[in-house]
Design a protein around this ligand. Structure first.
Ligand SMILES: Nc1ncnc2c1ncn2[C@@H]1O[C@H](COP(=O)(O)OP(=O)(O)OP(=O)(O)O)[C@@H](O)[C@H]1O
Ligand SMILES: [Mg+2]
Length: 384
């Protein structure tokens, strides 16, 4: 059993690094295992720049992530990953891996204000009220949420953005703490399945933290990442490196294909093709927009998230929605979400911070929104 450092006090890590190289690493590999595909990204540090030197995308017929299965990860994942690394000529055997948000618990609760050294103990006392399993069965970590987030409504927001103090902060006698936990069974399974294929796990973190690292690091405004994959949609609200809300729903690209197939009376293959070629325009039957219930489930979750945010953070509003994941490419989706939510909506561009070889350029641009999680994981591997 490797040594786990659980203290998130100074970092944004989900479930923290198992160990850390003493020397500054010059390259790192991030691995995002999804229900339909594996995405791998290799980042290399070259002087002051980070270069995306290589990446791989492997689509799988059989799901490598299974909701409800013991440990979540399929036994085949190690072999598929090892083959993917081999084919793409990525030589490293040490990777940074994400576990899906639905298999973990991200919760925020309040504790009385106290010195940092006492927080560990306070969390041990409070956490069982919010985490529905024994603490000994989970790997967990915590982070204090900045006091400035939503502290004074709109004035606080302005203050946070401009870095100027507009109003003297009135320290509340309570503070918000973010606690993340994953079942030991799951972290052990990832280590075992990948270890059996000769791959070692340098860090394991919850995918929302990887996404936040790659997409929100430069955001000063409160943003919502809507990561729409194959089986699940992940909603992450972040501001200034704080994750404030993380919810998942099991509606995503797979549901879109199924509904199109059934409503239009075509087989799955044809439905998938129509989805790719025409997007929302291909999803009309007798003038009726057949995807409305599915997309409605997503926009309803967005509204709910906005409400939670207003309630818990003093009227804090989402300024921007960032779409990532394979289904973010669904034609017409960005416009639909923007219209329904009333919030500026963009497709994620996690490549903006990196240089990459020109031969990868065209393909990478296409894959960009798909790679946000893997990029965030590779960035984690390069952090000091
Ligand atoms: N151009 C496109 N238009 C519409 N949908 C697309 C397009 N390209 C890919 N998709 C859909 O994206 C989904 C795959 O996305 P992604 O690779 O993010 O999923 P995953 O990470 O494997 O799954 P999950 O995160 O749900 O476990 C599939 O449902 C696929 O049909
Ligand atoms: Mg995914």
């Amino acid at each position: 059993m490797v040594n786990m450092n659980l203290d998130l006090g100074s970092s944004l890590h989900g479930v923290k690094k198992f160990f850390k190289n003493i020397s500054r690493p010059s390259s790192a590999v991030g691995v995002d295992i999804g229900s339909q595909s594996i995405k791998v990204v290799e980042l290399v540090r070259k002087k002051d720049k980070l270069v995306l030197s290589n990446y791989a995308y492997a689509k799988t017929d059989e799901s490598l992530i299974k909701i409800g299965a013991p440990g979540v990860l399929s036994d085949m994942a190690g072999k598929v990953l090892s083959k993917t690394l081999e084919v793409s000529k990525i030589k490293t055997k040490e990777v940074n891996v994400a576990v899906p948000s639905f298999s973990s618990l991200v919760t925020i609760f309040e504790i009385p204000r106290m010195p940092e050294k006492e927080i560990n103990q306070a969390i041990r006392v409070e956490a069982p009220k919010y985490i529905p399993v024994r603490l000994s069965d989970v790997v967990y970590g915590w982070k204090i949420i900045d006091d400035t987030v939503g502290a004074k409504g709109k004035e606080g927001e302005q203050e946070r953005k401009s870095n100027k103090k507009i109003v003297e902060p009135k320290m509340s006698d309570r503070m918000k703490v973010l606690v993340v936990a994953i079942m030991r069974e799951i972290s052990n399974k990832y280590e075992k399945v990948l270890g059996d294929s000769g791959i070692s796990v340098s860090s394991l973190e919850i995918d929302s933290f990887s996404l936040a690292r790659s997409l929100l690091n430069r955001e000063s405004e409160c943003a919502l990442i809507l990561d729409i994959g194959h089986k699940v949609t992940n909603l992450i609200v972040g501001v200034n490196k704080n994750i404030l809300v993380n919810r998942t729903i099991d509606v995503a690209g797979d549901s879109v294909t199924s509904v199109m197939g059934k409503s239009l009376g075509v087989d799955r293959k044809r439905a998938e093709q129509l989805k790719m070629d025409k997007g929302l325009q291909g999803a009309v039957n007798n003038g009726e927009a057949i995807l409305l219930p599915i997309l409605g489930a997503i926009t309803k979750e967005v509204s709910r998230t906005m409400e939670v945010l207003r309630e818990d953070y003093n009227g804090l509003e989402i300024q921007k929605i960032i779409l990532s994941g394979g289904s973010s490419k669904l034609i017409g989706l960005r416009e639909f979400i923007e219209q329904e939510s009333g919030v500026t909506t963009v497709i994620a561009d996690p490549l903006v911070n990196f240089e990459y070889p020109s031969k990868l350029s065209a393909d990478l641009k296409e894959q960009g929104p798909n790679l946000a999680t893997a990029i965030g994981l590779a960035m984690l591997g390069l952090e000091d």
